[in-house]
Design a binder for this molecule. Structure first.
Ligand code: ZN
Ligand code: ZN
Length: 265
């Protein structure tokens, strides 16, 4: 069994998507901090798999952040890297679009069902993020989602305090546990937000604890200068294809406004 830390940063990115660090650097940082981690790249798993092969005693939870067809980001976690790979190969890879940040050609219902079949955990990432990537506007009226979602991300270090507070209130309203993660794109910010479960447990039990709601959250958001540093690669990605990302951004804003109007939120 791995050395287990009760603190887990459940959300971060690597060079497999828009992050700046590779698996080895991330695991080293986690070891230094004494925390467990999940590398949750956008529609990608290569560095999560790489971390699983060189854990250096750190508990690494198999995970991915998926951009579903409707736009929202959903975090999926699995009990084994084999399950994560199956999920990726069958449902993510064949539905991959232009870039790792693009929406997949598969909707949230199909993704949740696929994850459920593998006993995975569906968690709403930054539900009050602006634009379509915040899941609240798409999911608040979706009974299937409310029923299936295991937890809500209550602290995401990349969000504002206001967005996180709204997420926490929503989770309370629909009676779901909370998780937290840094959403770091650079190792500098790993561990800034974290989920805490009972100590002396292994990776399986982290997910079991979250399922049962035996977890708490802690940490803080990034300050503006930290956010800018952390977003270096995201800005670079946008700059590499400005027309695509500008038109995607405008379309997203129009769609999310319509959805907010429809859902009165
Ligand atoms: Zn996201
Ligand atoms: Zn993220």
């Amino acid at each position: 069994m791995n050395n287990f830390s009760s603190k887990i940063d459940m959300h971060m990115h690597s060079i497999a998507s828009d992050g700046l660090s590779d698996a080895k650097t991330i695991v080293k940082k986690a070891k230094k901090l004494g925390i467990s981690i999940a590398i949750t790249d956008h529609n990608a798993i290569s560095q999560s798999l790489a971390a699983s092969k060189n854990k250096m005693g750190v508990t690494v939870i198999p995970g991915i952040e998926v951009t579903c067809k409707e736009g929202p980001h959903i975090l999926f976690y699995f009990y084994s890297f084999r399950d994560l790979t199956n999920f990726f190969e069958k449902h993510i890879k064949p539905n991959y679009n232009k870039a790792f940040t693009s929406n997949l050609n598969i909707g949230m219902s199909d993704l949740m069902q696929a994850s459920n079949k593998l006993n995975g955990l569906t968690i709403a990432a930054h539900p009050f993020s602006p634009g379509l990537c915040g899941s609240y506007i798409s999911f608040s009226k979706n009974d299937e989602f409310i029923k299936n979602v295991i937890a809500i991300e209550g602290i995401n270090s990349s969000m504002t305090d206001y967005a996180n507070e709204k997420a926490i209130l929503w989770a309370k309203k629909i009676k779901k546990p909370l998780t937290a993660g840094s959403d770091a794109h650079h190792t500098r910010y790993i561990g800034l937000a974290y989920t805490t479960v009972d100590p002396n447990r292994n990776a399986d039990n982290i997910l079991d604890s979250i399922k049962k709601g035996n977890c708490t959250i802690g940490g803080r958001i990034m300050r503006l200068h930290e956010k800018l540093w952390d977003s270096k690669n995201i800005i670079k990605t946008w700059a590499s294809s400005p027309t695509y990302f500008l038109s995607k951004g405008i379309k997203d804003i129009i769609k999310s406004r319509k959805l907010r109007k429809l859902n009165k939120c």
